[in-house]
Design a protein around this ligand. Sequence first.
Ligand code: FAD
Ligand code: UDP
Length: 370
Amino acid sequence: MKNFCVVVGAGLAGATAARVLAEAGERVFVVEKLKHIAGHAHDEFNEDGILIHTYGPHIFHTKSERVFRFLSKFTRWHYYQHKVLSYVDGMLVPFPINRDTIAQLFGLEISANDVEKFLAQEVKYSDFREPPENFEDAVISQVGRRLYEKFFMNYTRKQWNRDPKELSAEVAKRIPTRSNRDSRYFSDQYQGLPKFGYTKMIENILDHPKISVLTNCDYFEIAEELKGKLIVYTGPLDEYFDDMYGDLEYRSLRLVFETHEEEHYQPVAVVNYPNDYDWTRITEYKYMTGQKSSKTTVCYEYPIDRGEPYYVVMTDENMHRREQYMKEVSKLEDTGEFLFVGRLAEYKYYNMDQVVARALEKVLKWLKEA
Ligand code: FAD
Ligand code: UDP
């Protein structure tokens, strides 16, 4: 009789699943391929003593009280509202596009009402399909071609190495357009960073007498020996099935960190560079973490094809392959012995809160039915 559960991956999905199972009385083994826990949300102090996010900038934001409450059991929060500027036409302007962006770019004194009229005119004189069929249509239907070309077209080509027409309109839904002066990147009710870091928070989630964690161990190397009554898999979807329907594409990043002997390097946490340079954005961590230091560390993101699987690539081809894999997932999940949860395992462009929500939902359902 198998009397334990196995969780593959110690990122947010895996840690949440493990905790919920443990609290329900299950014995849980967590197996993590990397030398550390926390997956892509990992953070650490660098040699200059600055808290950095190892895999690129992570800001927690959610509308879900349930998710916020769950995580708040394991961390206090540094409340932070994320701000981004975009380097366009030689100026640093607020992004997402708001009233101040338009005023600065076009040298206009403009009211909220005028912004709506301005955008409606921009859209009216642009060509796009309605309803939008892809990323380009979706953005143009909101802001028109002129602003699309200034802020989105080249950033998207750089980020995804794809024509924006090949990408799903879903990706565009991540970025709002505002006629007011709200310059926050996210408008969710709960926003911030774990006060002592994501790694510490995830360490606390995993800190339960019924959870054992083994890092530096690839699940597939020990899968035969480790047959639990439930396998919660949070690794890449295609890898689980030996690429039987072909590779799912992941876009990766080359991250270049630099420490500067000055209190601040740039005016806000993130500056986007849609049209210039090979990097997409520069992040200065101290703005996000609230850390005080006479030095500061920044991170340049250079998108690349191969490497850590960071981003799912939302093209029709990949989404079609995903569907084929998800049919296999359904078959396995129907046995009651498997759950596939998280950004890699579901091949979904999830934020951290969505991953936690999915893990809570799927594991609680499994416990109820077990
Ligand atoms: P992961 O964190 O990837 O964890 C999966 C784990 O499984 C990994 O640790 C991996 O090593 C392990 N694993 C895989 N295969 C095996 C195996 N065979 N054996 C053992 N272990 C295995 N979200 C936000 O909410 N806000 C942000 O600001 C934000 N910014 C981001 C910026 C970047 C650059 C990236 C890439 C992502 C960002 N995200 C952000 C998304 C966030 O990182 C993810 O939603 C979340 O971390 C996914 O958690 P997960 O547990 O599903 O996957
Ligand atoms: N995007 C853009 N210009 C920007 C910022 C974002 O065109 O200045 C597009 C781009 O395609 C990007 C997507 O919007 O991949 C989602 O942006 P987000 O900031 O959510 O990306 P993430 O933080 O997930 O890298």
